[in-house]
Structure formats: structure tokens, C-alpha cells
Ligand binder design. Structure first.
Ligand SMILES: Nc1ncnc2c1ncn2[C@@H]1O[C@H](COP(=O)(O)OP(=O)(O)OP(=O)(O)O)[C@@H](O)[C@H]1O
Ligand SMILES: [Mg+2]
Length: 229
């Protein structure tokens, strides 16, 4: 079943603070992703990869085109045109976004940052914390760090906590912006294995990878972008 269909998507940024100048983000983007499929956005720096993900999550608005999201209920929502309340609801229940950097509140431990995702979905607290620990352990976070705030972790450790948080309670569509950018090969491959499990569970994903080997291992579709002139 198709989960996401993007038609003729375009983004032009209007820089109001800089004389209203317009900058091309991307144009003519067309693809669809089925449940259990992984589509990678691939192209040079500045081609618009991150901007496309942000547009799919409606962090950015769209200047042209459609972003059709097919809900389990059979309802189709155009993310480009949906109301703010519909977007909040979609983000709450169906569309997840894993940014490149971890953003968390101070004084919340790594385990809690991850476990909260399960608790939000209604899972019991103790079981959630246990699953969170297993995920952190799988991603090679040392046990002595579990109860500390990830704000003092290294870049790669923060990224692994971010991935754990992003994938422990997956929604039906997951958007991933360079989730393995600062990871070593071993951890990158572990993340790829987890993402493969999510595919088996039917999660549709759109992602950006730095590591070409990882991209080829996980992708069903590689969507190539050129820089718009
Ligand atoms: N908020 C914004 N305001 C204005 N221009 C923007 C904004 N976000 C992105 N752009 C422009 O859109 C273009 C695409 O940027 P984007 O970050 O999507 O590229 P990318 O493909 O993710 O590149 P990289 O591989 O370097 O991460 C760039 O030319 C950038 O200047
Ligand atoms: Mg980018």
C-alpha cells in the first residue's frame, strides 16, 4: 500500500529579511513510497535534500505541488494544504522526523529520553525503560551513561541517543536526515539493521545518507536530485 505520494513538489524560499530575494530550494520532485519501503534522497550539497524532508514534515510550507499521505483509515491528507491542527495530529500519531542533532530538555536522562517515546504511546513505564536500555545498549551506549543527560555526551553518542529515540516507537512514516552522519562503520551498520527491522514492520521511510554503502544496503528506491539553477 502506498503511504506517501509526492507530486510536482517545489519550494522557493522568500527571504523577507533580505529584500524579499527568492532562493530555489528544489523543484519537480515526484516519488511515492509504499509501506515497508525506504526511499533515499541522493544528490550534491545544496540540492534540497534536507529541505524536502522538512517540507514533508511541514516544518517548511510548499510553494507548489502535493504531498499525499495515506492514512491507515483510508483517508488521504495533503500535507501541503492541511490545517495546523491536522499537521499536529499527524505528527503525533503517524509521521516521525529524526533530525541530524539531538534536541532534548536538560536534566532528562538518556534512558528517559528514549523511554518517553513508548510511554507517550501508552506503554507501561517499567517495560518502556527496559526496552529503552536495550536499544541504547544495542547502539553501544555505555551503561554508566544511561542515567545521565545526553547533553554532555559526545557528538556520536548524542546521535545514537537521537536514533534510539527516533526509532523505538516508529510511526507509519519516518523521515531521517543523515541519521548516521557522525557514526563509525560498526554503529552505522547497526542502525541499518534496525531500519531493516522497521521495514519488515511496514514502516515507510524517506532518508538521507552520507554513507553510500549504508544507503545502498537500506534503500529500495534512490531518488537522485540535481542542484536547481
Ligand atoms: N530556511 C531557508 N531559507 C532560505 N534558503 C534555504 C533555507 N533552507 C534551505 N535553503 C536553501 O535551499 C537549498 C537546499 O538546501 P538543503 O539544506 O535542503 O540542501 P541539502 O541537499 O540538504 O544539502 P547538504 O547535503 O549540504 O545537507 C540551499 O541552496 C539553501 O540555501
Ligand atoms: Mg542536508
Amino acid at each position: 500500500m502506498v503511504r506517501l505520494k509526492v507530486n510536482n513538489l517545489q519550494k522557493r524560499f522568500k527571504l523577507y529579511t533580505q529584500g524579499g530575494i527568492e532562493v530555489n530550494g528544489f523543484e519537480n520532485i515526484e516519488f511515492s513510497v509504499k509501506n515497508g519501503e525506504f526511499l533515499s534522497l541522493f544528490g550534491p550539497s545544496g540540492a534540497g535534500k534536507s529541505s524536502i524532508l522538512k517540507t514533508l514534515f511541514r516544518t517548511y510550507t510548499t510553494t507548489k505541488g502535493e504531498i499525499l499521505f495515506f492514512r491507515d483509515s483510508g483517508e488521504v491528507i495533503d500535507v501541503a494544504k492541511a490545517s495546523e491542527s491536522e499537521i499536529l495530529e499527524l505528527r503525533h500519531s503517524e509521521i516521525g522526523y529524526v533530525s541530524q542533532f539531538l534536541q532534548v530538555l536538560p536534566r532528562i536522562s538518556a534512558v528517559d529520553v528514549v523511554a518517553q517515546q513508548l510511554i507517550f504511546k501508552g506503554e507501561e513505564e517499567k517495560a518502556s525503560r527496559l526496552k529503552a536500555k536495550e536499544m541504547l545498549d544495542y547502539l553501544s551506549i555505555r551503561e554508566e551513561l544511561f542515567d545521565l543527560s545526553p547533553l554532555t555526551f559526545s557528538g556520536g553518542e548524542q546521535q545514537r541517543v537521537n536514533i534510539a529515540k527516533g526509532i523505538i516507537a516508529p510511526k507509519s512514516l519516518l523521515l531521517l536526515d543523515e541519521p548516521t552522519a557522525s557514526l563509525d562503520k560498526t554503529n552505522t551498520m547497526k542502525v541499518v539493521e534496525k531500519l531493516k527491522e522497521l521495514k519488515k514492520q511496514g514502516v515507510a521511510m524517506v532518508g538521507i545518507f552520507h554513507d553510500l554503502e549504508a544507503m545502498e544496503m537500506i534503500s529500495d528506491i534512490i531518488y537522485k536530485l540535481k542542484r536547481v539553477k
